[in-house]
Design a protein around this ligand. Structure first.
Ligand code: ADP
Ligand code: MG
Length: 256
C-alpha cells in the first residue's frame, strides 16, 4: 500500500426512505490504517450507512470521500475498483466452487489479460494467473484457510465461510475494508479467531477497516475509534472507553 490508505470521510450523510430518516446528517472519518467502528442498537442505521459507503444505497444528502475521490452516488463496482472492498452479511457461498476458486474471484478486478486469456493458455496470461494464485495462497495462509483450499466453500462450517468471504475481499487488495457484523452468528471460538484476523488486517496489511457491529464488547477490544448511532443520529464518538462511559450510549443500548 506504500504510504497507506487515504482517509474515508463521511460528511453530513442523510438517507431518507419513504417516511423514515434512516441516517440524519452523520459525519465521521475512518483514519488511515485504523479500525473505526459504527455501532448502535438494531435499527440505528448501521447497515444503511454501510450500504451507502459501498454504493448499494444512494445518499439523500451529504458525501462520502476516499482521499480526494468523491464516492457519493458512485456504482458499487467503481467504489470497489477504487479500493473499498466489502463483505456480505448473508453470504451464500457455492457448494460447487472450491475455496481457492472462490478467493480467486476477488482477484478478477486486478487481472489485465483476464481469465479468458488464461483459459486459452496464452503465456502472459498463464504467468499472470500463476502470480495471482500465489498471492491468493498467501492470503489464505494469512487467514488460516490453506488446509481448506480444495474443499467446496459452501459446505464449510459457518465461521470458515465467513473467513472465505473476508479472504475474497482481501484478494481485491483493498485500501479500506467494510465489514458489516463480521462475527455475528459465530461460535465463541470462531469469534476469537475472526477478531484476531480483523486486528491483524490492520496491523499486518495496513488496511483501514470500517466495522459495523452490534456487539459492544467486540468493538471495545478491536476499534481505535467509535461512532455510535441511534435512530439515525450520531449520539457519541470517540475512543471505545469514551463511548462506553457515555450515559447517552448506555441509555440507547438499554432501550433496545
Ligand atoms: P441497523 O443496521 O443499525 O440495524 P438499518 O440501517 O438496517 O439499521 O435500518 C435503519 C432504519 O432504516 C430501520 O428503521 C429500517 O427499517 C430502515 N430501512 C433500512 N433499509 C431500508 C429500505 N431499503 N427501505 C426502507 N427502510 C429501510
Ligand atoms: Mg444491520
Amino acid at each position: 500500500a506504500g504510504s497507506g490508505p487515504p482517509p474515508l470521510t463521511v460528511s453530513g450523510l442523510t438517507v431518507r426512505f419513504a417516511g423514515l430518516t434512516a441516517l440524519d446528517k452523520v459525519s465521521f472519518t475512518v483514519e488511515p490504517g485504523s479500525i473505526h467502528a459504527v455501532i448502535g442498537p438494531n435499527g440505528a442505521g448501521k447497515s444503511t450507512c454501510f450500504n451507502v459507503l459501498s454504493g448499494v444505497y444512494r445518499a439523500t444528502e451529504g458525501s462520502v470521500r476516499l482521499g480526494t475521490h468523491e464516492l457519493t452516488r458512485m456504482a458499487p463496482e467503481r467504489i470497489a475498483a477504487l479500493g473499498v472492498a466489502r463483505t456480505f452479511q448473508n453470504l451464500a457461498l457455492s457448494e460447487h466452487s472450491s475455496v481457492a476458486d472462490t478467493l480467486m474471484v476477488g482477484r478478477h478486478r486486478l487481472t489485465r489479460t483476464g481469465f479468458l486469456g488464461a483459459g486459452l493458455r496464452l503465456p502472459a496470461a498463464r504467468r499472470e494467473e500463476a502470480r495471482h494464485r500465489e498471492r491468493m495462497r498467501e492470503i489464505a495462509a494469512f487467514l488460516g484457510l490453506e488446509k481448506h483450499l480444495g474443499f467446496p466453500a459452501g459446505v464449510l462450517p459457518y465461521g470458515l465461510q465467513k473467513l472465505v468471504e473476508l479472504g475474497r475481499a482481501l484478494c481485491m487488495e483493498p485500501e479500506v475494508l467494510l465489514l458489516d457484523e463480521p462475527i455475528a452468528g459465530m461460535t465463541p471460538e470462531e469469534r476469537r479467531h475472526a477478531a484476531a484476523v480483523i486486528s491483524s488486517v490492520r496491523e499486518n496489511l495496513g488496511i483501514s477497516v470500517l466495522l459495523v457491529e452490534h456487539d459492544m464488547g467486540v468493538v471495545m477490544r478491536l476499534a481505535d475509534s467509535v461512532t455510535v448511532l441511534d435512530f439515525g443520529r450520531k449520539i457519541a464518538e470517540g475512543t471505545p472507553e469514551d463511548v462506553q462511559n457515555d450515559p447517552e450510549v448506555a441509555r440507547a443500548y438499554l432501550g433496545s
